[in-house]
Design a protein around this ligand. Sequence first.
Ligand SMILES: [Zn+2]
Length: 301
Amino acid sequence: MSRRDEGAARPPSAESGAPGVAPGAAPVEAGRTGDTASECRNCGAALRGAFCHACGQEAREPPTRLLPLLHVLAQHATGLEGRAVRTVRTLFILPGALTRAFVDGRRAAFAHPVQVYLWCTALFFLSHAYAPVVRLDPDTGAITSSLSAVAVGTGVSAATRERVRERGLSGAEFVDRFDAVVSASLPALLVGVVGAVALIMALLFRGESALMHTVFALHWAAFYFALDVLRQLVARAGRPGVVVSMLGSAVALIYMIVALRVVYRRGWPSTIARGVVAWITFALLLVAWLWGTSLLAQRLA
Ligand SMILES: [Zn+2]
């Protein structure tokens, strides 16, 4: 956990009027066991206030008795949960607001951008385990993906079909091997997307900070992968794939433009033009990844 997380956990403990909350009240009483600590037990710094100024650890020891302990655990759970819910809600309802808050220094109220990104990519991996991001149809040899409305290349090549036949692999076995290669290449995609989006932003919005570009990229990618999970769910509920794919792309484009406006604060015409360029570049990069991966997967499968 980072110091920022510890910071966000402060309100419940501050509200509880815990001993040692008042700044300068030292030594701090440590829990109900009666022992008092004047040094942080995590890093050894002299304690002053409710949290260690050096490492962020709470000065108050967790209670050792059951009822007080349950009370403190409940405070932590609701504090974290409140922040997580607020973060996710803001990510989906207010494009760009999380990035703006982070850049403006309002950070304790929301989860860290890297954390948000990890939540969404974890969800993405989970969904991938049920419905592969890149699908190979063993009968037709067609390769499709929910990540892109564009069919990936022309499907499985004649040479690959020949090789599969020679090695005596069944269609299902070949699909399994293909899926394994795609899965192995996903982490590279998840890291690469953030780098690529940050780079696109740096080129489109010169003069803004690397921090702004990077945080924007994390939040955008988090939203995009979460949106893909949603798209998968809707697609599995029986809606026609192309419609869902197009609708998802439209939502993502609108989200991108609004987020850019909120974060970079340019005029609407300039924002829309840059948003469209960013979106097309992003879509092309995704198609390039899908194409490269499916070629590689055919080779290695
Ligand atoms: Zn410390």
